[in-house]
Design a protein around this ligand. Sequence first.
Ligand code: PFF
Length: 467
Amino acid sequence: MSTDKVSVHGGWASRWVFVLAATGSAVGLGSIWKFPYMVGMYGGGAFVLVFLACIALIGLPVMLAETLIGRRARQSPANALKVLALEAGHSARWSWWAFAGMITALLILSFYSVVGGWSLDYIIDMGHGDFQGVTSDQVGAYFGKVVADPWRLTFWHTLFMVLSAVVIARGVVAGLERSLRIMMPLLFVMLLVLLGYSMTTGHFMQGVHFMFDFNSERLLEGLLPAMGHAFFSLSVGVGSIMIYGAYMPKGASLSGTVVGVALLDTFVSLVAGMALFPIVFAAGLSPSEGPGLMFVSLPFAFGNVAFGQLMGVVFFVLVAIAAWSSAISLLEPMVAYLVERTKVRRAWVTFWLAFSCWFVGLGTVFSFNIWQQAKFFVSEGGVFHLYRWGAISGLDFFGVIDFFTSRIMLPLGGLCFVVFAGWVMGREAVRDELSIRSPVMFALAFFLMRYIAPIGILVVFAAQLWK
Ligand code: PFF
């Protein structure tokens, strides 16, 4: 296959736009909202260690595999796997995996948009000065009040989804660049400012110890959640990075770029954790608070420093933008696929898909209020005995979707993509796309894709089942 084709959806103007878009996809609520609360729930340092190992040995090879598949085929994930498999003399059924990945992306978007909506809500609340001088009890109660109101959550969820869909409808390539060029660097600066603040709380070292000291007994407990989160954080396993790879210019160095994006994403997660935990301890909050952790700890900090009101508004604007640029990458693979397959107008496809995700997202909205008592997979006497899968018993709707996507579908999708690159496409095609000059580095990257990442994923699944 020639590698100089251009996708029908357009292409990034340069390698740097790809870096911006891919960073925009990777850096989002996963790093700032989800990573800290998972660290808190799964034992601090033990989780961080396993997460970093999963990023390096599994997530990164999968990310390389996905991007190179996308760039070679220049089509949506399902079509990309189909044409490349046929070209290599394999079954076109490979595309089914990618199709499952694209559905997974839509399921993730359904709850992602709800949480993105929380950050929109907090921009206004911050601006009103609702958190000026608050105590830690008051911020907790405030969050409780926000999520208890289904109308309020639905309003912000709807707005967030509309904002994401508008960019997709106009075409990702046109919409993203301008907004991300300024906002992403600003987000990094804001996180560093927060980190600076947390150093003044007197609990900085406590936070650092919490994040980096580990209890070896807890390593296994967080294994599958950490691997799932490595995929989630890097936006791999569902075709998001693949579709962005499809828009990447031909001459750009793929491997260097992808490694850079992965490093940046991991760096943001670590900085977010180090900024958050000292505040959590200073405020006397519990690190295992769950999904509300960021929404109670940061308003507390902003509520109690000089210029906190302004900084808080800026911060939540940036979080919302980071979330929005990730949400776009969740919607794009399926939109691109349907545009390729049906020739229906992009705007229509976007509208219907966004509407469907919005509808499923109502389940997540209700999980925090009117469906709070509805629990799935209750193990005592229940039909399902999935206790081996960790904290499975008694999940609400949001918990089920999160569990199914992050812990099962993302790793399976990742497995499919690395096996495809390592075993189906063949060494020469991979070498051609990766454009790594050093033979040793190429051999290492290919070895990771062919053996380490697939075996690693299977080992984590096995360890979960037999622990
Ligand atoms: N990586 C994004 C984040 O960390 O917030 C979320 C995400 C985007 C997950 C795209 C998966 C994906 F395909």
